[in-house]
Design a protein around this ligand. Structure first.
Ligand code: SF4
Ligand code: SF4
Length: 360
């Protein structure tokens, strides 16, 4: 099973769409003992621990203690990248995937995150390359009104010093009731959807050269379209992916510790085996025509509907647009596979759930 392990609720940034620096709450640090964590994880045959926060690199000694304690677990890290270089090298090499928050071009990243953040993140990803890190380095973007999806994704894919193996993004939608949009509909129709269409087209053009660029939301969807292998909720929340919050409670998703619906256990009393498939998305997802491809996008959004049913539907329209654009390219991709330029298996990403939610 996969666990987002929240190492602290504190964050050293205060980004526009999250305000993690301000919203940490009065209790920020882990309230359970290692003995309690030991007993819980001992009952899981194949634990995968994904360091999460707040900002997990604010608690590097804790991170190292955990990695020493569970040498056979698989590790992932989601970080804002500012303190990445402080993790001792021998531990960094043991992390399978590192998701680094960066929102695209410098101006856009610094606009959402704070001045100077882009440069510091780029320097630290360079450091990862310098020490010979061989794992998956994923640029994880939050996409909001100042983002031009085409330009931000292309910028990160085209970087050569350093190089990101994969680029992923999440729309800044339904994380709170207000949102910070002035014209979501206009942005989708004028900027986001056309940008997606162009990215998809050019992604397949590049395959003519035998190259599949690591655009995370495209790869597994294309894999499903080619193979017919459908997916339940792609982020795995409530199915095989859970969050261990700082108080020891177990939630379906790391972003929702304060929402009662999301708490499904406690490490002191829950058997990990009883968690599997504990929560699924509700309607309209199971009856949706693209359910097997989309998987329901986001359990939190499905349960909370912070933008109401109309708002939920607006986001679905972006998902459907993405899926239909990919669908339209399937015959071309099949021809390239037949010619031996690429193979179906190239689209089978990620190897393990690495915390990319897949559907933006
Ligand atoms: S497109 Fe919307 S309704 Fe359809 S499965 Fe995805 S999230 Fe659910
Ligand atoms: S997609 Fe939604 S349910 Fe899944 S991890 Fe992200 S916020 Fe949680």
């Amino acid at each position: 099973m996969n666990y987002h392990l929240v190492l602290t609720r504190k964050c050293n940034l205060n980004c526009e769409y999250c305000h993690g620096g301000e919203n940490a709450g009065p209790v920020t640090e882990i309230q359970y003992s290692f003995d309690e964590l030991d007993k819980f994880l001992a009952r899981d045959d194949d634990p995968q621990l994904m360091f999460y926060g707040g900002e997990p690199t604010l608690r590097i000694p804790l991170m190292l203690e955990i990695m020493d304690r569970y040498p056979h677990a698989r590790y992932m890290l989601q970080t804002n990248g500012l303190l990445l270089h402080r993790i001792p090298e021998e531990y960094v090499h043991r992390i399978h995937s590192i998701l680094v928050s960066i929102d695209g071009r410098e101006l856009v990243t610094d606009g959402y995150r704070s001045k100077g953040v882009y440069r510091r993140v780029i320097d630290n990803v360079r450091w990862l390359e310098k020490i010979g890190y061989n794992g998956d380095i994923v640029a994880r973007m939050a996409v909001s009104e100042q983002s031009d999806i085409y330009k931000e994704v292309r910028h990160l894919l085209d970087l050569r010093d350093p190089t990101f193996s994969h680029v992923h993004w999440q729309l800044n939608v339904v994380w709170d009731a207000e949102g910070n949009w002035t014209d979501f509909d206009g942005w989708v129709s004028r900027s986001y959807n056309p940008g997606i269409s162009r990215l998809v087209r050019e992604w397949v053009d590049k395959m003519e050269e035998g190259v599949i660029e690591g655009i995370v939301p495209f790869m597994p969807l294309m894999y499903t379209l080619l193979t017919g292998k459908t997916s339940l909720l792609r982020c795995g929340s409530g199915i095989n992916t859970f969050a261990i919050h700082i108080d020891g409670s177990i939630g379906v998703c790391p972003i929702s510790p304060d929402w009662d619906f999301s708490i499904v256990g406690d490490i002191r009393e829950t058997d990990p085996k009883s968690l599997r498939n504990v929560m699924m998305v509700d309607e309209p997802c199971p009856s949706c025509e693209v359910y097997g491809i989309c998987g329901g996008r986001c359990l939190f959004a499905n349960k909370e509907r912070l933008w109401g049913d109309d708002g939920f539907d607006k986001i679905c329209q972006t998902v459907k647009h993405l899926i239909y654009e990919l669908q339209a390219q399937v015959p071309r991709v099949q021809r390239l596979i037949k010619r031996g330029l690429i193979s179906v298996e190239d689209f089978d990403y990620p190897e393990y759930n690495n915390g990319c939610e897949i559907i933006p």
